[in-house]
Design a protein around this ligand. Sequence first.
Ligand code: ADP
Length: 266
Amino acid sequence: GNRSIRIPLEGPEEVRRLTATLNNMSAELKRQEDWRHQLMEDFMHELRTPLTSVLPRVEAMVDGLLKPDPAQMQEIYEELERFTRLVNDLERLSEAEAARFAMIIKRTNMVKLTLQIYNQHKALAKEKGIKLKLEATNVPCYAEIDRDKIVQVMTNVVLNAIKYTPPGGRVTLMTDWTEDHILLACEDTGIGISTQDLPYIFNRLYRADKSRSRFSGGVGLGLSIAKALVEAHNGELTASSQVGKGSRFMIKLPNRYQAYSKEEGA
Ligand code: ADP
């Protein structure tokens, strides 16, 4: 039988809105696909690098053409470790990507949320000799957000600020709002980011200081995930910085969450 469901339409305005929604959905699907494609390319490149350097050397050892020596083994070990980290991060990133399209939106008191982030990092900052400060408006402001995702973003930004600020420095969390936007900021008095690096820090796998990365665990994915999560809220994640002075990361969220609103009216 005919199992299709008929939705009564109220008039031309509703038809227009439905058409717009469908167009926006297909634009969104296209965006998803491009994103996934670019992701695969980046990762294939990154995964091939350790493999192409390790494989011929191990091969030569197996064939008896090269004697295994401790320095060689150490290098091979490090390349394989990096390989493992990349695979782990790929998993994290694909989780974040899936999260982009499964949002659990709840009305959230942003002042309270910032206070929660502040309380969660106070001890860590103190341990490192950094003063963590909170500058929030007294006026409660609400945003319609996926709480876990915004907490993940803020945590990432605050942990970076603490990581890249030497002892004696300061990290300040700020919340403010306008009629249209909720603004969350994290300012530090740390090492800063050079003008050459700044445009790329949100790119996947980018690290300002490659030598530092070997021992700190991350491979430069945190901020690209954070950006994807903020953009899933139709928000913006931006940074400004001065070398030797410090950095400021800004999360700008729409005061109301609206699915596909980016594309509306286009
Ligand atoms: P990771 O921390 O794993 O390297 P991120 O994506 O979180 O990856 O950060 C990318 C890069 O941006 C870092 O390697 C660092 O060079 C730079 N960066 C991020 N936050 C700060 C900050 N607050 N101060 C200075 N540099 C920063």
